[in-house]
Write a protein of this length. Structure first.
Length: 563
């Protein structure tokens, strides 16, 4: 490659990378645009959090009060609550968790328990409306992502650490901290206090469970309600008790696109309130004989009647303004993301154009090799002399690559096995996952068998014959009796896989100068003849096809029934 070509190639790589990073950065900025949080009744109002703003609404959806927590230096995250004297309890998270933490959350793995608070992060108690804030509950661990709160009338605080699999009880004097038993809960979500005890949405156990809220037996289960799945909606994460049963927010396995489902006392579905209006219920409250729902997809707050109908407009200038600002920002970042993709696409096009203008011969040769046209030219060419004058054994390039391919495959298998185990343990549908895992293991096993067989092949060439060594057999075949294609050499009971331009087995230059030019008197075989030869010789490639085709068809037919 010439110096100019290398400079152009470096520029193409640079701008393609910058375009991709720009797209990812813009997408992250779009996701970070402040949106609705949870809603919570307080005295005669309903508090709604949108970003760092708290807005209080009356029963008719009219704005009563508005505070910006950012003015007090608070970066609110997660749930909020109100102490008995009206003080606000909010979690301050100045920095988001790192990539490794969010990858673990995506894989639904339990977080390492008990990370201590660092610096200013943690709960704060803020006197309203002056927003005089002070740290609160420093015995509690850090809440890096989802959590829910419940406050008793005597200011005993209950915290559901969702990825930590625990519910905590903090005494009103903040001196005594209790924790629910190990292994009882899996992704606990919403908490609700009743006269009987503390109810929690035990999301990945697909139930609502009532825990003892006392000091001595805190966290012991007293009653549970197993919720029937509604198709793909199996994960309860919010709920409210009604006189005639339960109103539950059920989500899919991605914790999105859920639905409000009303169960009667026998856990039969009697209604799905606002199913056509709300695309992705993020939070809801039954308050003032009304149903208040935050739609996470539309990023809007809806005020409905108690049955989920007759929407009423929210009369809040603050919420309307914040919604409009957030929508404009998301649209702006979406366009920035498209711009990044455009830069990446133009860079790739420019790279192909530069390759054509600066390295035309090499580019044409590469495309001819991919299309198979270079193979015909190689057969027609004059053969190069045999190195050493007798028999030359072509280097098998796959043997060297197999040294790092095998350890990498082992690591992939171990990682996938661990993730599968965790997902099954955390309540994901077991049989579809096990079926897919077995199918993946079968594919991987057959691929490894084929790779190892190809790496053991040997090919010798002389002026009179080819020596084919593979499948546990070695044959010396006169050149006139050899059958060949661009990717295979064949004799009566043996087939050698030569590779292809994208995945070479034997040294490609040696094939094109020493082997192919000596096949002028040999017979060129069409693809169907190659497959027949593979089948007759029980080649690993034929075995792979014979096994995977029916297994794949069976999986496609039966997997939907298993899920």
């Amino acid at each position: 490659m010439k110096g100019t070509s290398r400079l152009v190639a470096a520029g193409v790589v640079l701008f393609t990378t910058l375009g991709l990073l720009g797209y990812l950065w813009a997408n992250q900025l779009r996701l970070d645009v402040p949106g609705y949080g949870f809603i919570r009744p307080q005295a005669a109002g309903l508090s709604v959090r949108l970003g760092s703003h708290l807005v209080w609404l009356d029963h008719e959806g009219r704005e009563q009060q508005h505070l910006d927590l950012g003015q007090a230096g608070i970066a609110p995250a997660g749930d909020h609550a109100f102490l008995s004297n009206g003080d606000l309890l909010v979690y301050h998270r100045p920095e988001e968790a790192g990539f490794g933490y969010w990858l673990a959350r995506y894989l639904r793995l339990q977080k390492t328990p008990g990370r201590a608070l660092v610096g200013p992060e943690g709960f704060y108690r803020c006197a309203l409306p002056q927003l005089a804030c002070e740290p609160y509950g420093r015995l509690l661990p850090a809440m890096d992502s989802a959590f829910r709160l419940a406050l008793a009338a005597d200011d005993v605080l209950f915290v559901a650490d969702t990825p930590g699999f625990h519910v905590y009880r903090l005494s009103a004097d903040q001196l005594e901290l209790k924790r629910s038993p190990e292994g009882l809960l899996r992704f606990p979500n919403q908490l609700r206090l009743t006269a009987d005890g503390l109810w929690v949405a035990d999301t990945n156990n697909h139930r609502l469970v009532m825990l003892d809220d006392g000091v001595d037996d805190f966290g012991l289960p007293r009653r549970d309600v197993e919720l029937p799945a509604q198709g793909a909606l199996r994960w309860p994460h919010q709920f409210a008790e009604r006189a005639d049963g339960w109103l539950v927010n059920l989500a899919n396995n991605a914790m999105r696109n859920g639905r409000l489902v009303q169960f009667d006392g026998d856990l039969k579905v009697i209604a799905t309130p606002a199913a056509e209006l709300i695309g992705d219920p993020l939070a809801f409250e039954l308050w003032g004989d009304r149903l208040w729902v935050v739609d996470g997809a539309a990023q809007r707050l809806f005020l409905l009647d108690s049955q989920g109908g007759h929407p009423t407009a929210i009369a809040s200038p603050t919420l309307t303004s914040l919604e409009q600002q957030a929508t404009q920002l998301r649209e702006h970042y979406r366009w920035l993301g498209w711009l990044g993709l455009g830069v990446m696409g133009l860079s790739l096009v420019a790279g192909f154009a530069a390759a054509w203008l600066l390295e035309r011969k090499e580019t044409l040769a590469q495309f001819r090799g991919l299309a198979g046209r270079g193979f015909i030219a190689a057969v027609a060419a004059e053969p190069a002399p045999i190195p050493g004058g007798d028999v030359y054994w072509l280097p098998n390039r796959l043997q060297r690559r197999l040294r790092w391919i095998m350890p990498m495959l082992v690591l992939v298998v171990a990682a996938l096995g661990y993730v599968l185990f965790q997902m099954v343990m955390l309540g994901s549908a077991a049989w579809p996952l096990v079926s897919l895992a077995c199918y993946g293991a079968l594919c991987l096993g057959l691929m490894i068998h084929d790779l190892r067989a190809s790496a053991r092949q040997r090919l010798g060439v002389s002026d009179r014959a080819l020596i084919l060594d593979g499948q546990g057999r070695q044959r010396t075949v006169p050149l006139a009796e050899v059958r060949y294609s661009a990717t295979h050499l064949m004799a009566d009971d043996i087939v050698l896989f030569l590779g292809n331009p994208m995945q070479p087995v034997f040294d490609r230059q040696a094939l094109e100068t020493l082997v192919f030019p000596r096949l002028k008197a040999s017979r060129l075989c069409p693809p169907w003849a190659v497959w027949m030869a593979l089948w007759r010789s029980h080649h690993p490639q034929a075995v792979m096809g014979a096994i995977l085709i029916p297994v794949t068809l069976a999986l496609l037919l039966f997997l939907p029934q298993l899920s």
